[in-house]
Design a protein around this ligand. Structure first.
Ligand code: GLU
Length: 600
């Protein structure tokens, strides 16, 4: 069901800019610290997509903070330097390995829908058709109560050693002094220029003079610095029950559409119904992690409302039935692509915020993996989409009706380890790159559009859809912060952005590292492909070139290539306390890995 955009006559005039720009050389911050995709050493490590955030996290570790302290400080910094992917306007999932108690904890800081949210919130009452994605995204309807600030507060309070206020200070400083615009930052604005141009607060910050800032110029955000300092001084109540919250609610209920937008926009910008009571009633959840064993490793992931842990776990259980280290690379990749298609079919059918635990347990069980793996033919690819399996059946599962797949490409991920052996794997997001495009006026951060992670209408034919909107409900996520233990101790921690491709990226890096004999940096750098139960595999060009002919020979079909999948970060824990911190060498402009000490 496609709708045609309603053309709105909007003046394409450029608004004057008020943002303060100073050359990078003049910045007190002195430009970005050096960045490297791999760092090996001891005493703690940080890996993020951004050198400034990594430097902040490393500094916290060097001053005696633990992994949780460093993760919160680095995440707050990403809110400044990666504002289109993360920030206090959004949500995320925090996974923590507590070395002392040898236990994995999680925080569900996912955005919650307003209490008044109805199932048909993304259906146009005028014609009964779902809104176009951009129409839903750039609206107040898309905004859920942000959980990120509550996550930082809870993590620091429960497991950290520093106050939230002190952990916000380095980020506030970066926001004040500014940081050097890189090509990724500029490109993310350029891709959002039309949406950002609809709101003065957003264009003043990110479209100075009506265009994205130059690479190398200094980007400052004094409003966000003030917001962080206000929270540091007066606590998170200013956000959930106070003036910052009031500004969020006003922005959602009365989107501050510019009198003279810098470019035309094809849709009406609809208000939402998020209220102060929704913010005041927001509660974090602390679900037990998902767990699956994979060739003797314990893989811990995020439970619902993320589908990440269950989908990664089911695919690993399917893959475990074949010794991938003993088969040719083409066959290993064939198994990987088939396992993810089957796992996505089940995820789409069964996994949402309210999936009963018994269903999740079933999906992540070895028995179920056997019922799914038996459908894989080593000599021939299954026809996609494959139907979801009937979880009430026994034997090699009979087919049910299939559903469509979804996509996304925003978000950010970070991995931190400290000298005591604690580990944090944290994925945070505002959903699309640029969120809903509305910077809260005077507060310096973008709002999320996380509610568009709900299915707009049912996707499962006559079967119920687990991911339809509802009051106070959290949309299904694909975020997959993952911590892998070996003999009860950390072996690998990893995660990635990338919408639904997060699940396949995490899996592929795991399979590369555990089964295909690659080092962690090689496993991260290797070309990626994602089969999420759609007719065509989504692949990076290098993967398509290298493996396309052999996989096509097995009956696989490729869709259009994508330039890059994911922007992962990871840390491996090897013998003698050695840490291998790993970030992307090239994707999203390359990430930043660092260790506290290079020598023991
Ligand atoms: N909102 C997506 C999710 O929760 C993440 C978006 C992305 O990574 O692009 O799965």
């Amino acid at each position: 069901m496609m709708r045609y955009p309603i053309a709105l006559a909007m003046a394409a005039t450029l608004t004057a800019t008020t943002v303060a720009l100073v050359p990078a050389a003049a910045s007190a911050h002195g430009g970005a610290p050096p960045k490297a995709p791999t760092a090996t050493g001891y005493g703690g490590a940080v890996s993020t997509v951004d050198p400034t955030a990594t430097a902040v996290g490393l500094d916290v570790l060097r001053r005696g903070g633990n992994a949780v302290d460093a993760a919160v400080a680095a995440a707050a910094t990403l809110g400044v330097t990666e504002p289109f992917s993360a920030g206090i306007g959004g949500g995320g999932f925090f996974v923590y390995y507590d070395a002392k108690h040898r236990k994995v904890h999680t925080i569900d800081g996912r955005e919650s829908g307003p209490a008044t949210m109805t199932e048909n919130i993304f259906v146009d009452p005028a014609d009964g058709l779902p809104y176009d994605f951009q129409e839903a995204r750039v609206s107040g309807l898309a905004v859920g109560t942000p959980g990120t600030l509550a996550t930082w507060e809870a993590a620091a309070g429960k497991w950290g050693t520093r106050s939230l206020g002190s952990l916000l200070q380095p980020a506030a400083k970066v926001a004040d002094r500014g940081f050097a615009v890189d090509a990724t930052f500029q490109q993310q604005i350029a891709a959002n220029a039309a949406a950002f141009g609809q709101f003065d607060a957003t264009s003043e910050l990110y479209l100075p003079g009506g265009a994205p800032p130059a690479v190398g110029s200094t980007q400052r955000n004094p409003d966000l610095a003030d917001t962080y300092r206000l929270i540091a001084k007066r606590g998170t109540g200013v956000f959930y029950r106070g003036p910052v919250g009031a500004d969020i609610v006003r922005t959602v209920q009365h989107p501050p559409v510019a009198a003279n937008p810098t470019s035309p926009w094809a849709y009406p910008i609809r208000p939402g119904d998020l209220r102060l009571s929704d913010l005041a009633n927001y509660r974090l959840r602390f679900p037990a992690p998902t767990r699956s064993d994979y060739r003797g490793l314990d893989v811990y992931g995020m439970s619902t409302p993320s589908s990440g842990g269950v989908a990664v776990g089911e695919a690993l259980n399917i893959l475990e039935r074949t010794d991938l280290s003993k088969v040719a690379t083409t066959q290993a990749l064939h198994q990987y692509l088939e396992a993810t298609a089957l796992s996505f079919a089940d995820r789409n059918r069964y996994v949402g915020a309210y999936t009963p635990q018994a269903t999740l347990d079933k999906l992540i069980s070895d028995r179920w993996a056997g019922q799914r793996a038996c459908q894989i033919d080593p000599a021939r690819a299954l026809i996609k989409p494959v139907p979801p399996g009937d979880i009430t059946a026994s034997g090699c599962t009979p087919a049910l009706v299939g559903g469509p797949v979804e996509d996304g490409q925003s978000t950010t991920n970070l991995t931190v380890a400290d000298r005591w052996g604690n580990v944090v794997e944290y994925t945070l997001t505002i959903e699309q790159t640029g969120g809903n495009a509305m910077v809260v006026p005077g507060r310096g951060f973008l709002l999320n559009n996380e509610m568009t992670d709900f299915n707009f209408t049912g996707t499962q034919g006559s079967a119920p859809d687990p991911n339809l909107p509802g009051p106070n409900k959290r949309p299904r996520s694909s975020m997959s912060p993952t911590i892998v233990l070996k003999d009860g101790k950390p072996f690998l921690a990893l995660g990635s952005p990338g919408g639904a491709t997060i699940i396949t990226t995490v899996l592929q890096v795991l399979v590369n590292r555990v089964d295909l004999g690659m080092s962690l940096p090689a496993a991260m750098a290797a070309p990626r492909a994602s089969q999420r139960n759609s007719p065509g595999i989504q692949a990076e060009p290098a993967f398509h070139t290298q493996y396309g002919p052999a996989l096509t020979g097995l009956g696989h079909t490729f869709g259009a290539d994508v330039a890059e999948l994911g922007a992962a970060t990871a840390i491996e824990f090897s013998a003698g306390g050695k840490l291998i911190a790993s970030a992307e060498p090239a994707r999203r402009g390359g990430g930043a890995a660092a260790v506290v000490r290079t020598r023991r």
